[in-house]
Design a protein around this ligand. Structure first.
Ligand SMILES: [Mg+2]
Length: 217
């Protein structure tokens, strides 16, 4: 099997949940909402409406905001790339994999401006061979097509297999499996009850890069 490692972005390479909390606190302050509003936003994100379009329709309604749902969503996409971080050890681990002969790519669902902004602001765009963003390609995980694009951008194809690392049981693990990849699931304890069978289960992306490094040796 070839040394191709594809990674999900949100809550895999970057801690989106922490960035989301920062955003929610800023949002509440800007719109003069209570502390309870922050809890509401976080709960809505985690358990209810992770997709941003219905999310911001609901937020617009709930807090009777004058700005439209579309404007609130656009402001979110502008701000989010400034709030996410990729830990230096994760950046170094990706660079280390490439040094030892791995091709490293990112495959992520989300709007083009937000996801590309995150890749640029964190510097991740400079430490990988390629990336495939659903908002640019018009195709979403778990569709195999997005994994194929990511592999192509890394200068290869899915024909010789490889690995997919991500936190979403369906988009990343079932999708990666359907794409003919071995999989490592990052279990954050937030997605119980999905049918999926990853090859490895870890709690942090650093454990996943350790596994890949050992396999590659
Ligand atoms: Mg994710």
């Amino acid at each position: 099997m070839q040394r191709l490692a594809l990674f999900d972005l949100d809550n895999t390479l970057i801690d989106l949940d922490t960035a989301f909390l920062l955003w929610a606190e800023e949002f509440a302050e800007e719109h003069r909402l209570s502390r309870k509003a922050v809890d509401y936003l976080v709960k809505l994100d985690r358990n209810g409406l992770p997709h941003r379009e219905p999310f911001f329709s609901k937020v617009h309604e709930r807090f009777k905001l004058s700005a439209s749902a579309a404007d609130l969503w656009a402001a979110y996409r502008r701000r989010m790339p400034h709030l996410v971080e990729c830990r230096p050890e994760v950046m170094a681990a990706l660079a280390g994999l490439r040094t030892s002969g791995w091709r490293v790519g990112i495959v992520t669902n989300g709007t083009a401006d937000n996801q590309l902004g995150k890749l640029q602001r964190t510097g991740l765009i400079d430490v990988v061979d390629g990336y495939a963003l659903s908002g640019i390609e018009g195709i979403r995980k778990p569709d195999v097509g997005l994994f194929e694009i990511a592999a192509n951008r890394c200068g290869t194809s899915l024909a010789d297999g490889g690995w997919m690392v991500g936190d979403h049981p369906v988009a990343d693990i079932n999708g990666g499996h359907a794409a003919g990849l071995n999989t490592i699931w990052i279990d954050r304890g937030t997605r119980p009850g999905y049918e999926h069978s990853p090859d490895h289960v870890v709690t942090d992306v650093m454990c996943a890069t350790d596994i890949l490094r050992d396999i590659g040796e």
